[in-house]
Structures are given as C-alpha cells and as structure tokens.
Design a protein around this ligand. Sequence first.
Ligand SMILES: Cc1ncc(COP(=O)(O)O)c(C=O)c1O
Length: 399
Amino acid sequence: MYFDSAATSFPKPKEVKKAISNFFEQELGSFQRTDTENSDFIYETRRKLSDFFNVESPSSIVFTSNSTESLNIIIQGFLKNGDHVITTATEHNSVIRPLVKVKHEKNIQITWVKCDKYGFVNPDDIISSIKDNTKLVIMNHGSNVTGQVQDVEQVGQRLQKYDGKIKFLVDISQTAGHIKIDNSKIQADFLAFTGHKALLGVPGIGGFYINPKVDLPPFKVGGTGVLSELLEQPKAVPLKYESGTLNSLGVLSLYHSLDYLNSLTTDKIASDLKKKTCYFLDRLSKMENLEIYSLENPLGIISFNIRGIVPSRISHFLSKDLDLQCRTGLLCAPFIHEFIHNNPFGCVRLSMSYETTWEEINVVCEYLKNINEQAESIQNIKFPEIYEMPSIKNMEEYV
Ligand SMILES: Cc1ncc(COP(=O)(O)O)c(C=O)c1O
C-alpha cells in the first residue's frame, strides 16, 4: 500500500505513462533548440502551467529540476547584502538551508515566525515582523509535516501596501495539484513548484513562476540553443534561467498530467482528501495512545505518534505487516516539530492521494488500533540516542 504521496506521487496517470513510453519512439530532436513544431509542447506546458496558477503569461514560467533548485535560484539570487527576510517555522530544508547559506555569505537578517500546534502561521505575525530593510517574505503554502495550508492570500494582499518593495515567495511544493493556486489572489512574486508530487509528473522536473517586473540574476549561464551570437546570458525570461538542455521528458509528463488534473479538477481532489483525512482522524482520535498532529486537510496528510514508540518502529511494523510505504522522522522540516510537540523524533506521516481507497484506509486504521492496544508491550523498545534539535528560538530573531 502506498501512503507516501507527499514524498512523491504514485501512481501516475495512465496518460503520463503512455506519453513517456511513446517518447522514445518519436523523432523529437533537441527541444527548444530548433524551430520545429516539436518544441511546441514545451511552450504548451508553460501555457498550461500559467493557466493552472493563474499568472500573467506562459513566459513567466521557468523550468528547473525541482522545487529545491527553484528555491535556491530565487533565495540565493534575489537576496543582497544586508537584506532582511521573513520566513516561518514550517519551512522545508529546501528553504532553510539556502537561507542559512546566504545569511553567512551576505549578512542576511532572518526573522523566523512560529506556528501553532497544527503548523498554522498567523499572518499578523508575518506582517508585524516587517522592517525597513525587509525585501522578501517566504512561506510554505502547505506543510509537508501536518498538511496545514497557510493563508497566503491574506499575506500576499497585505504585502501589496508596500508598493512592490517586499517580494513574496510561496513554496507550493505540497499544494500544487491538490488545491487551486490562484495567483491573482495570492499575488506572489515567485511560486516554486515541483513536478513529481501532486502535479503527477515524473521526478526531475519542476520550476517557478516569476513576476515579470522582478529582477533576478540567473544562477547558471550557458547554452540556451538560440541567440548563440551573444557572449552574455540572454535577458529574456524564461531563457535567462534555462541554460542547458531541458528535461523535456519531465515537461512532457506535466503536459499530460495537467490535462488529467484539469479534467478531474483540484476542487474534486481537495474535497476527496478532506473527506479521507476527516474520516482517518475520526478513527485515530478514538485510540487512547495516539498523539495526532494533523487536522482535516486537502493535502491528504495524517501525522501522528503512538505514545512511547519511536516513529520508525511504527513504519517498520506497517512495512513488515501491511507492505505499506510511509515516512517517519523530521521529514526535512526541522523547526516545526518543536511547535507541534514531537521533538526530537518527529512523527509518522501517512500521506494519501485521490487514488487511495477507503478499503486501504480501513485496513490501516484497524492495524493501528491493534498496535495502539498493544502499545504498552511495544513501548519497552529502546529509544535511540537523543540528538540536539535546532530551534528557531535560538536563531537571531524569532517571533
Ligand atoms: C514543502 C516542500 N518544499 C520543498 C520540497 C522539495 O521538493 P523537491 O525535493 O522536489 O525539490 C518538498 C519536498 O518534500 C516539500 O514538501
């Protein structure tokens, strides 16, 4: 059973599988490096993504290999010496590590904003942290640990009063494909997305939206396939950021997965996952030894612990007895655990998709009920060494 959709989606739509296997039968040549019609699907995929996120134009969509690359390009490229940035306790290491790197290299000031016990960040805390030198606000739209979705629309709208002085970067790695991303409401200057999660594409494709008015230097320069007479990097977006041969196979996967998602609709996916998480939580709440960290959510995430049992032990049982795949531990988000109260071991994360069946959910709930009943006998298993956990409370600025 597959309960690890928040890590990467499975299964992919049959349209995607078919397109990938046909890929090798076609003479598609070198994409975007010729003027043939073959590269049209690259443009078409940009167009589909710009519609999907409701942003101005297809050329504001840049392809990269994943969210991590997009976040690095934006964070390392945009922030300059002495800038102040505001971010949250729910961020993934794909934001935290580039931020810590620029903090040391460029003397960047960072304010870390806390979250509540389910991972919700209060927009007031973001806005009240703004200073004269604030240049960027970074928010994880949906927590990969608890499934909590943030009110990025409120933050984006409140940032408008700063006349474009403060840019807004939203990490939509977990939300894109699960809920409607309408950037006319969020008004983000950057949206970082990855293709292999709920967007249902293959690993190795991702990208970002960039507000055409924002000046961001490229991270890498080199072959773009066109304008070869220029010795410097072309200035036009998306070419400016897309040096080197594109992952056309990955783009093709998105071309087809977006059609699938559009016909299914994110409304239907979000409502399905809300129902599933609601049912799951209802069952878990009746088990006395369970600590639950998620509320009903459209991301399909259920995080919990069984008191006294280290999370990796539970995933070991689930894998051995049910052949179930899930994730445990800190889940690449080291700060949030202090606020949801499961430091230092993190939690068990079961993450579902539209394809997860009610029968599978019932099997897992029944199994957890049994483990819960035997918890006392399992609790004796020795806990590993406790390591020191990083805390935003020990960082320079904390709200
Ligand atoms: C919230 C969040 N941001 C960023 C990432 C990084 O995504 P990728 O590994 O595809 O770059 C993930 C992946 O787990 C995530 O959940």
